[in-house]
Design a protein around this ligand. Structure first.
Ligand SMILES: C[S@@+](CC[C@H](N)C(=O)[O-])C[C@H]1O[C@@H](n2cnc3c(N)ncnc32)[C@H](O)[C@@H]1O
Length: 276
């Protein structure tokens, strides 16, 4: 089943504005985007695609590395995210295309040197996206993306060793149960949505070569986690709460933590290539 944020919410101004503000104040999306852009080896590129580019944090990281003559195309299906992106990322090399990642090849010329996709691929129909990426990449072109640790089923050792009490998510569920009588849905034990095994097979099926993978750690704080959980599309718990109620639950949960408590997010970073 797709995560709830994949189904609704990205094409809403409240989410787009809150997301962009979060990326301005906190390093997470800028840092993960910059990591991917460096792995894509963009210094002599002519055409780069920012896939599921949202409000432009990844495009910014790409623009820092591509030559002055390069073209960058940011593709996302949420017009609201791109409206905010157009306002804050202004660069003559950047074009915005509102389209589904699955339809990438209908909107982007072939011959791209790289496709970079930060913090999004598991929200898409991955086999279709990989086929489209194969069509737009030039031979030897790179596809660089990451998968959230929970969706890939990986945890960096730093995440395992940095447990400093209950997570904010656990506290949210507790407050929701205590104050709102919330009963979490019984979720059957399931395997990760996009494990290394699964993505390896899907890349091969799409004709893409897996060059490397790495589990990375994003070090952060409870304050950043709280800010992230305030973005409407990420606010919890899922189900029949208003955003105001979710923020009430979050604020009460946050009281049981301290702002500088360290938190760690794991990522599976994947570097693939269209064969020469
Ligand atoms: C967490 S944001 C990442 C945005 C950007 N890459 C960054 O790092 O800031 C996820 C983005 O994926 C987009 N997205 C999700 N599914 C998509 C799909 N099937 N096609 C195009 N965009 C999609 C959402 O609209 C959202 O803007």
């Amino acid at each position: 089943m797709a995560p709830h944020d994949a189904l609704l919410g990205w094409d809403e101004d409240t989410t787009a504005e809150a997301y962009a503000e979060f990326t301005r104040k906190f390093p997470m999306y800028g840092a993960t985007s910059s990591d991917l852009a460096h792995r894509a080896e963009l210094t002599s590129s002519r055409l780069v695609v920012d896939l599921c580019g949202g409000a432009g944090a990844t495009a910014q990281a790409i623009l820092e590395l591509v030559p002055a003559s390069a073209q960058v195309i940011s593709v996302d299906n949420a017009a609201a995210m791109q409206r905010v992106g157009r306002r804050i990322v202004s660069d003559p090399r950047l074009t915005w295309v509102t389209a589904a990642a699955e339809d990438l090849a209908d909107h982007v010329p072939s011959g791209a040197d790289a496709v970079v996709c930060n913090s999004a691929v598991w929200k898409t129909q991955v086999p279709q996206v990989l086929a489209a990426v194969h069509r737009v990449l030039r031979p030897g072109g790179r596809f660089v993306f990451n998968i959230g640790g929970g969706f890939a089923g990986v945890r960096h050792p730093d995440e395992v060793n940095t447990r400093t009490g209950p997570s904010l998510n656990a506290l949210i569920l507790q407050v929701a149960a205590d104050d709102y009588g919330y009963i979490p849905p019984a979720v059957p034990q399931s395997s990760p949505k996009l494990s290394l095994d699964v993505i390896t097979k899907q890349l091969a099926n799409a004709g893409l070569t897996l060059l490397s993978t790495e589990v990375t750690a994003q070090h952060s704080t409870m304050a950043e986690k709280k800010a992230w959980l305030s973005i409407p599309v990420f606010a919890r718990p899922a189900g029949g709460f208003t955003h105001t109620q979710r923020m009430d639950i979050l604020n009460k949960a946050y009281v049981a933590t301290t702002p500088d408590t360290p938190t760690v997010t794991s990522w599976l970073v994947v570097l693939a290539q269209r064969p020469w």
